[in-house]
Structures are given as C-alpha cells and as structure tokens.
Design a protein around this ligand. Structure first.
Ligand SMILES: O=P(O)(O)OC[C@H]1O[C@](O)(CO)[C@@H](O)[C@@H]1O
Length: 580
C-alpha cells in the first residue's frame, strides 16, 4: 500500500535556507555586522526548546546581554490566579481563554529591563531577547520567530521533559498539560503569533532536535501563499489508544512497534503539520499558519466570514480492528458548548465506514425505544461507581455496519464506534469535547481509568433520538444528486443540524468538481490512485492514493478528479466535505 506519511508541497520559489545552528549563527552574525544591529529578538511558540536555542544559538552570538521574556512578567502564581477560571479543576475540560500575553507584563520589571537594554545599546553592544512573547520586551532590530506544531507539542508534554508555559509542571498528567495548552497557552500564543510572525525577518522550524531550519519570512509567507492555490495534504499523525486496532499498521505498513494505532489525524490544520519543500529542503510548519495568514484564500470569503481563521472541517480515522469499542459518548449541543466552554461551534460528527472486519461489526447510535433519562442516568451512575456493569444492550441501539455506510452524529446523540471497524470521521473541528458516559469498565494504556463526565453528558443527551429516529435521520441518507458518463454523485449528509455537507462520488472516468464556494476536503475511500487536475493549468497535477485526505483551497473553483495509475478505468470513490 502506497501511503505517504510525509507528504510535502513543492514550492517553486528558489530560496536560501539555513540548516543547523552553525549556518544560522553565521547568517545572524553577518546580519549583525552589515546592518549594525543592537537588539535581536528570538520569539518562540510555547514548548519550543528554549534551552537548546540559548545554548546553540544565542550564546554563540556572544551578546553583551541576554534577556528572557519571563524577566518582565508577573509571577507564575499570579498568572495561575488569573487563569484559574480557564483551567478549572477538571482533568480534561477548561474554558477558552481570551487573554493576551501583554496581560501578564509587570510594568516595573519591564521598565527595569528596558533600562538595562538601553545601557547596552548606548555602548553599542548586542542584546538578545528570547522566549514566548519576546517581542513585547523591547523594539528589536532583527526578529526571528521559532515555531512548532501541535502534535510535536503534545509529544513533548508527554515526554515529561517540558513544562507548560509559565507552569513548572514537567511530568504532570499529560491530559492536564494538554488542557492548559488547548484552553490557555495555544490561545494566547496564536494571538501573539498572528501579530508577530509577519513582522519577523526569519522563521525557524524547530521540530527536529538539534537541526533547526531557518528561512526568510518573506519566502515562508510566499510559500504558504502558493499552498493556498493548490490541492495539498497535511502530514498525518498516528496515536495509540485503549481501543486502538491494527488495520492502519497492517494496511499502511507503519509504526508496527506501537501497541496499536487508534487515531490518525490527517485533515486537521490545527493539529497537523504542513511540509513545505523548497527545492529539496523541507520546512515543517504548523498547518494552522495557513489559516492565520491566508485564511480567506483557503476557506473562501463565505466560509471565512463565518469561521474566521479556524478550519471548520476535520477528517480523521478511528481504527478498532482487533481492538475495542470507543467510549459510549455524547458531544455537547451548541448552546451548552458556548455557555460552558466558550467555544464558537460544536463537535458535530459522522462516521463513514472505511472497513468492517466482521459481519456483525456495529455502531452504537441513539437509544432503544422507550428508554427514560432518569433510569438511564441511574444505570450509568451505578456503572461509574463500579457497582455494576452498564447493560448497553438494554439501553443503546446497535446498528450493524458495512463498508461504505455513512452514519450522521449531530451533537446530542449518544454514540460509539464498535470494535473491528475503521471509521473515517468527518466532523466539525473542536476535538476536545467528548463526554464519556461509560468506558466499559476498563483502564487506559497508562493503567488509570479514563475520565467519565456524566454531569456534562446528562444535559446533552437527546432522548428523542431512538432507533426509529436514528434509522430515519442518521443512517445512510444517500440521495443521488447528479450523474454522468462513468460517474455518480450522492449527497450523504450531514444531518440538517450540522453545517457540513458531504458528497460521495463513485466513478471510473474523470469527474469535474465544483467547490460550492467553500474549502473542500476529500478522502479517497476506494481505489488505488486518482489525480486532481486544474482546469486552467493553475496548479500541477496532484496524485492521491487510497485513504489519503486532501484539502482543496476555495481559491481552486473547479477541478477534475480521475482514476489514474493502476486504477485507470477502475471504480474509485471519494468522500468530500464542504461548508453549506
Ligand atoms: O472517548 P474515546 O473513546 O477515546 O473516543 C474517541 C473520540 O476521539 C475523537 O475522535 C477525537 O477526540 C472524538 O471525535 C471521538 O469521539
């Protein structure tokens, strides 16, 4: 199976890149000499390895003064007090922060630091300022921005070697570190990055220990602009989980050393990296930067007007082949999410079945007829306290699945994917808001039970969603909407309560796609290979393999998808999503 785990986008622009610290130091020293620089600022995203940057870069510049941003900030304890409401005591859920980094500056400390800097400048010395929010410290002559993607950040949280920003909590429960990241750290850091990165002279890819890559910011932004005009794939990542399976390991031939693979995130710019290939030199960037700097080109003005710089569609896989059921869960209704967590839109979902490993594989979707909330909640509470095993057969409707089924899961619907299947999850993006109701009495891979949130789940369970309603509204809602020579297009969802529209194309000859004035995301759910071609030669032909997720920016109005390679003339199927 030809599955590319490191897809990159070829950028036409010829650029100079500085690879490793020796080359970077040399370039910055040249800048210092030629431009008579007194203050260099190296600002970074949280969890970039600041110690490495200090030892291998800053010290090598032999500055007269080094300042870390923390020197102008209020104490950690004061920050904790200010964000206590955002962090909450819960292990998983917080409340979205609307803070800015500048809220945490201590004016007296700031003034004292500025005086120290002024003294060095007066004697024509060199000052290097670094850290998160470093550009807030003083005006600089040269600004470098060091960046990092979310997946690498999560790995670093888990490693025990890194603390959250201003937290001193290395080794803490990674769930709590992730919560601080999601609800606070990334919010303030993104706000700051949107403002600072475009003002910088250079950007630094710090994903690989000891081997950073530095390029000019103009080249980087021009590269992102190029990406915003063509189909592209993000770098997928794979993660193990208590219910994880082995289909991805076997089918894609990857990460076989892991106990299992539960998730593959492959169409989530907030989480995935984007790999820019400048004539053989790879530069890894957070996918979200595309939205921050070219959001309107990527989403289209209609969708950009609704969602701003957030990517509203998420594609990921859930693999339970040889694994177990997901937790029995529900996602919050929109008003609950807005009131309780301060998020804009909720996690509406759908399951497209990529593979069912046995005839009686099933999903849990809605209730059996006549189930009362009070009785259900009592049973769930008894199960949570360990008094008894939850009788899922009594309460929850189970529906047998087969390959290429599509199940719609508007927020408020109780659901779970059963064991022995592979789901392509097509959902709206916020990915933290799963309220587990029952986790089958098991413990997680770390030996601890996963947190169940009955008090959040209860108000969100829509008891009207029983077997009859589910069959009528959520199961295989296929309607043929168009067809031509060798192709057919079906509308498959999502439910009218959800803002994503999904279309399935089955074809053995070329199909012209219209983008519906929205970003499009698709996955090749059947067939070995297809190509995506431009109708006006504005981008190079893009080759897509089985199970690959592709993002088509809205700037590409129409495009052609054709079976290619060994799939030429054979049946292929794509599942595409866009915003209604
Ligand atoms: O709670 P569980 O069992 O890990 O469930 C998996 C969940 O993971 C996600 O894919 C991402 O959070 C959810 O959408 C899904 O419902």
């Amino acid at each position: 199976m030809n599955y590319n785990c490191r897809p990159s986008v070829n950028i036409k622009n010829q650029i100079t890149a500085y690879i490793n610290y020796t080359a970077i130091v040399q370039q910055l020293k040249q800048e210092i000499t030629h431009k008579r620089i007194n203050v260099i600022t190296i600002e970074n995203y949280p969890i970039v390895d600041e110690q490495e940057i200090k030892n291998s870069l800053i010290n090598k510049l032999q500055p007269d003064l080094i300042i870390h941003t923390d020197e102008i900030l209020i104490e950690q304890m004061q920050i904790d007090e200010m964000i206590a409401h955002n962090l909450t005591d819960d292990r998983i859920f917080g409340v979205m922060s609307h803070h800015a980094l500048s809220d945490f500056i201590n004016q007296d400390k700031h003034q004292a630091v500025q005086e120290k800097i002024n003294a060095v400048i007066a004697s024509n010395g060199l000052v290097v300022v670094y850290g998160v929010g470093a550009s807030l410290v003083t005006i600089s002559d040269l600004l470098v921005y060091a960046d990092l993607s979310r997946w690498e950040i999560q790995q670093r949280y888990r490693s025990g070697a890194f603390s959250n920003w201003r937290a001193n909590n290395a080794g803490e429960d990674p769930n709590r570190m992730l919560k601080r990241g999601y609800f606070f750290e990334w919010r303030v850091a993104d706000k700051q990055k949107k403002y600072v990165l475009p003002k910088s002279a250079y950007v630094l890819d710090t994903h690989h220990k000891g081997v950073p890559v530095m390029i000019r910011t103009d080249d980087y932004l021009a590269g992102l602009k190029e990406v915003s005009k063509q189909p592209f794939s993000l770098v997928p990542f794979f993660d193990s989980g208590v219910w994880g399976g082995h289909w991805m390991q076997d089918t894609f031939n990857l990460e076989r050393d892991k106990v299992n693979l539960a998730w593959s995130f492959n169409g989530v710019p907030e989480e995935n990296s984007l790999l820019l290939n400048f004539n053989g030199i790879e530069f890894e960037s957070p996918g979200s930067n595309l939205l921050f700097f070219y959001g309107e080109d990527i989403l289209g003005s209609r969708v950009f007007g609704k969602f701003g710089e957030e990517f509203p569609i998420r594609f990921n896989f859930l693999d339970t082949v040889g694994g177990q059921n997901l937790s029995l869960q529900v996602h919050p209704k929109l008003s609950y999410l807005q009131d309780t967590f301060g998020s804009h839109y909720t996690q509406d979902e759908s399951y497209y079945i990529l593979h069912a490993d046995r005839d009686d594989a099933h999903v849990y979707l809605g209730f059996n007829k006549g189930v009362e909330k009070q009785e259900l909640m009592s049973a769930l509470r008894r199960a949570e306290s360990g008094d008894e095993v939850f009788d899922d057969k009594k309460y929850i409707y189970q529906h047998k699945i087969k390959k290429h089924d599509h199940y719609l899961i508007p927020a408020g619907t109780i659901h779970s994917s059963g064991a022995d299947c592979v789901v392509l999850e097509i959902s709206s993006t916020p990915n933290r808001f799963t309220f587990k109701l029952w986790d089958w009495g098991r413990v997680d891979l770390d030996g601890k039970p996963r947190t169940v949130h009955l008090y959040h789940g209860e108000p969100n369970l829509d008891m009207r969603r029983d077997e009859d309603w589910v069959k009528k509204e959520l199961v295989n809602q296929f309607i043929v909407v168009d067809e031509g020579e060798g192709w057919i297009e079906e509308k498959t969802g999502l439910h009218e309560m959800e803002f994503i529209e999904t279309r399935r194309h089955t074809f053995n000859s070329p199909v012209i796609h219209d983008n519906h004035n929205s970003v499009n995301v698709f996955n090749l759910v059947e067939g070995e290979e297809v190509t995506v071609e431009s109708l006006d030669q504005s981008f190079e032909t893009f080759v897509v393999h089985y199970a690959q997720t592709v993002i088509i920016p809205e700037s590409v109005k129409k495009y052609k998808i054709s079976p290619s390679g060994r799939a030429k003339g054979k049946k292929c199927i794509t599942m595409k999503a866009y915003i209604r």
